[in-house]
Write a protein that binds this ligand. Sequence first.
Ligand code: MSP
Length: 633
Amino acid sequence: MKKNYYVTTPIYYVNASPHIGHAYTTIVADVLARYYHLSGFRTFFLTGTDEHGDKIAEAAQQAGVDPKTYADGISAQFRTLWPELSIKNDYFIRTTDENHVQVVRTILQKVYDTGDIYFGHYEGHYCVGCERFYMEKELVDGLCPDHQCEPEFRKESNYFFRMSRYQDWLIQYIQEHPDFIRPERYRNEALAFLREPLEDLCISRPKTRLTWGITLPFDDNYVTYVWFDALINYITGVGYPDGENFRTFWPVAEHLIAKDILKPHGIYWPTMLKAAGIEPYRHLNVHGYWNVDQSKMSKSLGNVVKPLDLKDKYGLDAFRYFLLRDMVFGLDSSFSEESFVQRVNADLANDLGNLISRVMAMALKYFDGAVPQPGATSDADQVFAATARRTLAEVEVCFQELALHKALMAIWGFISTANKFIVESEPWTLAKDHEQKDRLATVIYNLLEALRCIAVFIAPFIPDTAKKLLAHLGIDDPETQDFSTLQDWGRLPPGNPLKKIEALFPRIEVKKEEKMETQEKAAPSFKPEIAYEDFEKIDLRVARVLEAELVPKSSKLLKMKIDIGEERVIVAGMGKDYKPEEIVGKMIVVVANLKPTKLMGVESRGMLLATDTADGLTLLSFDRVPEAGAKVR
Ligand code: MSP
């Protein structure tokens, strides 16, 4: 029997146009739905818009239109944006939809009948931005901590939900289900709210003040308070009370939200469900905030980042990749165009783009446009195939933990293994020797199979690229390539036609002046941490260059004889940056224990260290003269 997976995003307020914060949550939901779908689950993905309440009524008034017309316009902006970002939601809910209005009224009546909704008087500080009352002690210097504005003092008779009654139940439930709210920091935050006595929740507004809401079924003079309306969308969307989808998907509901709306989702919603006799959702998954250039994104600061601007400028998959790779789920992240460009150039243009173009170019050149039939398998091939299976296991764990950035790191680890496999198996040398034709076919087959695996791995994250990559390999229906096809190596059919490669991720060129500025400001993208023991495995040594010459027929490769405590030959791609006579006599730093590799037929026993500058590569240098062979620490 198929397993089920249900993911939701918050339903977004229609008082402002979509920005990258909304796009991030919705893209994460899309990645999860795609991943579970490709892993054989039956999936349902819900998003939508939240359209009632003071906030929307005020925005409509300012725009000079009635609230419904106003909501229609902005809701459509969200609805039409998602397909442009390759987001495939199964349903788009609006709180003004008739079926939703009915479900809200049914739940209200149900809770009213059990005695958990009562009429009472209230006075307090109300923040329209948050659409909720604040306790005195929650305010910071008298201001709403989120909106930094003074809340209105409101005195009203209203209906209240007896939330206090469920406080002990909720504490116990969270304690017994440690990952009910995750990551842990947000579970702790929810438990911290619950250490204070829980007040009952005001759930209505008199029609004398607000008409833009759902009328209470038991009192025509009142409409519901926004949260009691909005949260219920998660069950309307799957057909509560009788729909088949409700039975299938509600027990496995995964809510995705940012930290701003933890309280309504972590406290109000489970208690509302309990009072209505509905089981709680499975997980509340809470992520951090995107800031822009280290500041909070806001209209008044004029730094709101619009998803379509980035898509149009850099391409959709670059945008999706950046958001997913640069945010650690649960923590805040800062967006800057510089770090965006840096990340896309390093990971997509260099690592992934180069691998695809190298492999496709070799396969097309040596094998007449079709996937070759592999020959006998070597140890190196088996190690390569095992890396793909290990990557799959890592990716699965990362999805369970919602560590999407780590899943991408694991996939990029496999991409780098594939790049190394090329260097180590030297297809260009094999191609020169007719007797090695079989081995060449096996090497190229393995590399093409690796591209197929990479296409499957990246499909949930950057689906358009995955589709194009599969098409290059002669696979036209991406749906045939689910995650189960990663279990065994060798699914790519020999004989499949190969297509000529189009550059998937051209390098983003930044003008030189801009680039210098960029380099100073951009957050560097470091490789994953390693243990000190791993670092110690690298034997870095000082070496003196004794002789140097260009490798015949190469304008770039320098062959050098070096003294590293013993004499050795190394080859480095420095020929464009240093003349042979310029480099002789220099003290350099060399990785001494790197496996030897052959470059244009010359064996290199070590690799020198250098860095990029605007004028080309430069060698590392010393302030004092060290001994050849000295350890670099
Ligand atoms: N309408 C309510 C939610 C009701 S859900 C039953 C609401 N709407 S909202 O338009 O303000 O959307 C808030 C959500 O948008 C956040 O929880 C998050 O998913 C997303 N984001 C908005 N700004 C964000 C950032 N700056 N960074 C990351 N995500 C953010 O609250």
